[in-house]
Design a protein around this ligand. Structure first.
Ligand code: ADP
Ligand code: MG
Length: 724
């Protein structure tokens, strides 16, 4: 089948009807999750009370409770025709991991029974050495184990009971994303609570919220399968841009193509049955790019749900003849995909800490958290960038896409004015709700709600959007936990410092509002001048200005990763109990290694495609031209009128030679890089190789422009991006 058959077949594919839901969303929402409703139905009173104590108060799960819970879960699972069970965890790879065990056990009477007890619920022992561990396994204990995280409910996928777990070594080091995320949530909660209680003594817990927005591309599966680069690396390593791509802005929020709409309906149904509150779906800016967002929720669960959704998307897309691409930059020249992390803090008594309050004291509490978040982001701007840095997200960083390679915060005019004003008024000035007292120069006012969010700045990596911050630099393929863990820990550290200073002011006998304002003022003065930036984050002037302000402007991913081992980072993670130094070092090893491997794989694919696909196509075209020239010569005795063909032959020759030379050089560079022992230095070498991809790509894309369309072996951008 040649490219034209593939394209025709893909184009003619009809939409596959989505599954019809049974009833309304509220009827089936969460039916495949062992949530609180099910706990009440399937657990006895003692077990239920003990389990809720684990979930709500962090108590450890004892064996007796685990057995009781397992009994209830088993009864529920069998009603749903479950045959297998797995611990579902988040190793330091791009995906989740699961190893399925059947529920059967011999019954000693020659048959089998279904068996599931507290032990299998609570713990499993996957081989830690088969997952990235950065040497932790070698230095400490060989085995790792997974343990149920009762704050993430058990769920059913197909015939399998999935138990969300943490994954740690026997000596307690985290080998996954979930463990540090949970530690960081605890850290920020513990640090924030004493401050909240000064304002509202009824608060007994601070919660971290996450609302993720998942961007992705869909590509027809037949065209995908004809592109080795997409299949192996998740992105196109070559491809001339299509004559039209996103310049007419006609895809964003456009009507959803019917094949895609059916996919989305299936996805939403599956998500809702799993208790994932999927809310929003729309076309994104680039052709064949889409977005999905749920209603926000508690960060640990919301992050599990993001990973569940990514798994669902991969599976469900195939039913509709698509492959879903999570890569941050699958196509050159059109937007890449991110995963905005909408992040906020709130108390169990119902206060949103990053939204204006109902009274001057409530507003002061809001300003307190608002400014401390900014101060944390300022202090650890390099680290926050490192937390989203990866070989794949590198293509968005600094490439005029949502994250510039500089972390700054966007406040909007209202909040910037409020902060500036606070610096000029006496510390006991009340922060009023706008419009309640009329306006005067002495008043500090904020709106009750930020209705107009239109001035939000799309070039900012960390933007305030009315009741939350939106960390927009996170990559679409990433586990959000990487970014969230760092953000939470940084904010926790900052809040601890703030509380210490505040306590000194209070000890000096100041009233709470004055003490808070006096502690905040130096922070406000500092963040306003350094981290806050409302201008265009993509410009060269900003890069210079950011350098002047002392913000990190590094663009090389291996260098960014290094920030995790800086003394101030190690101290911060240690103080907040989120990472030990050895965990940080191990993770850096994993990150560098992953970076090198990804670039290595891409580089191999690039070179092989250049040699096996591109050069042969170019040579076929050349021989076609040469035959034509020979025929001319034979008939007319000269080459008059053949200037175009002659020029084309020369161009083909030049491009082919260039590709061949550069491919050889790249292979040599790989050999040199592979011989390097240190993971950091190897990653630096691979960074150099990554920088040279465009050198090979350019002549390939030039060839695509001139080679006879019939001879081009790969689906082109116009086909990949416009068939849906
Ligand atoms: P936009 O694309 O305009 O940023 P979306 O509606 O696509 O907006 O996504 C906004 C996300 O932010 C949703 O997941 C929403 O639930 C979430 N969100 C709203 N309020 C909060 C909050 N206080 N904390 C965390 N996330 C929030
Ligand atoms: Mg958003």
């Amino acid at each position: 089948m040649d490219r034209f058959d593939l394209v025709k077949e893909s184009f003619e594919k009809k939409a596959v009807a989505a599954e019809m839901p049974q009833g309304k969303p509220s009827d089936y929402f969460g039916e495949l999750v062992f949530d609180r409703n099910k706990m009440h139905r399937y657990l006895d009173a003692n077990t239920l009370a003990a389990l809720l104590d684990c979930i709500d108060n962090g108590k450890a799960l004892d064996r007796k409770t685990a057995d009781g819970v397992a009994r209830g879960i088993k009864e529920w699972a069998l009603e749903h025709h479950v045959t297998h069970v797995t611990h579902w965890f988040q190793p330091l790879t791009d995906t989740t991991a699961e190893k399925h065990d059947s529920l059967i056990e011999y019954d000693r009477k020659g048959g089998v029974i279904e068996s599931f007890d507290g032990r299998s619920l609570a713990q499993q022992e996957p081989d830690a050495s088969s997952f990235p561990n950065g040497g932790i396994r070698a230095t400490f204990e060989a085995r790792g184990y997974t343990a149920w995280d009762p704050t993430s409910p058990v769920f059913i996928q197909d015939d399998t009971l999935c138990i969300p777990t943490i994954f740690i070594s026997y000596t307690g080091e985290a080998l996954d994303y979930k463990t540090p995320l949970k530690r960081s949530i605890k850290a920020v909660s513990d640090a924030a609570l004493p401050i909240c209680r000064l304002f509202d003594p009824s608060a007994s817990k601070v919660l971290v919220y996450l609302g993720w927005e998942q961007e992705y591309f869909l590509v027809d599966e037949a065209l995908y399968a004809a592109r080795p680069d997409l299949m192996i690396t998740g992105r196109t390593l070559m491809g001339h841009s299509s004559s039209k791509n996103q310049q007419l802005d006609d895809h964003y929020f456009g009507s959803i193509p019917s094949r895609v709409a059916e996919f989305m309906r299936d996805l939403e149904l599956a998500g809702h049955r799993l208790g994932i509150p999927i809310k929003t779906r729309h076309n994104e800016v680039a052709p064949n790019q889409f977005e999905l967002a749920p209603i926000y929720g508690e960060a640990n669960l919301a992050n599990d749900q993001n990973l569940m959704v990514m798994n669902l998307m991969t599976k469900i897309a195939r039913k509709h003849g698509f492959v879903v691409l999570f890569h941050e930059k699958p196509f050159d020249g059109v937007n890449g995909s991110g995963k905005h992390n909408n992040w906020s803090l709130g108390t169990d008594s119902g206060t949103q800490l990053l939204a204006p309050g109902k009274s001057p004291m409530g507003n002061l509490q809001f300003i307190t958290f608002f400014v401390n978040v900014l101060a944390a982001v300022q202090r650890h701007n390099a680290l926050l960038k490192a937390s989203i840095a990866s070989a794949t997200n590198a293509h968005r960083l600094g490439a005029n896409e949502a994250p510039p390679a500089i972390v700054s915060a966007f406040l909007g005019k209202t909040m910037t004015d409020v902060l500036r004003k606070l610096l000029t008024v006496p510390s006991d000035t009340a922060i009023e709700i706008a419009g309640k007292k009329g306006t005067s120069l002495e008043l500090v006012e904020i709106p009750e709600i930020f209705v107009d969010n239109t001035d939000r700045n799309r070039t900012s990596p960390f933007a305030f959007t009315g009741n939350r911050f939106e960390f927009r630099a996170v990559g679409s393929s990433a586990n959000c936990a990487g970014a969230l863990t760092t953000l939470n820990a940084a904010v926790a550290e900052q809040l601890l410092d703030f509380k210490e200073k505040l306590d000194m002011e209070l000890a000096a006998g100041k009233a709470l509002n004055i003490a808070v304002m006096d502690t905040l003022k130096p922070l406000i003065a500092s963040v306003i001048d350094v981290i806050c930036f409302d201008g265009n984050g993509y410009t060269e002037e900003w890069r210079h200005e950011a350098e002047r302000r002392g913000l990190d402007t590094e663009t090389s991913v291996p260098e960014m990763i290094k920030v995790f081992s800086r003394p101030e980072s190690v101290a911060m993670f240690k103080r907040t109990g989120v990472f030990t130094e050895s965990e940080l070092n191990a993770r850096n090893e994993v990150k560098w290694e992953t970076y090198s491997k990804k670039v290595q794989i891409e580089s191999r694919v690039l070179v092989r495609m250049a040699i096996n696909h591109i050069i042969p196509a170019a040579v076929s075209y050349k021989s076609l031209l040469l035959k034509e020239l020979a025929a001319n010569k034979e008939v007319f005795g000269n080459l008059d009128g053949c200037a175009t063909e002659l020029a084309l032959v020369q161009k083909v020759n030049a491009y082919v030679e260039k590709i061949d030379d550069l491919a050889r050089e790249m292979k040599e560079a790989r050999k040199r890089a592979n011989a390097i022992e240190s993971e950091y230095e190897k990653a630096v070498a691979y960074h150099g190789i990554a920088e040279s991809f465009n050198g090979i790509r350019q002549p390939i894309d030039k060839l695509e422009e001139i080679v006879d369309n019939r001879l081009w072996p790969l689906p082109k951008y116009r086909e990949l991006l416009f068939i849906s």
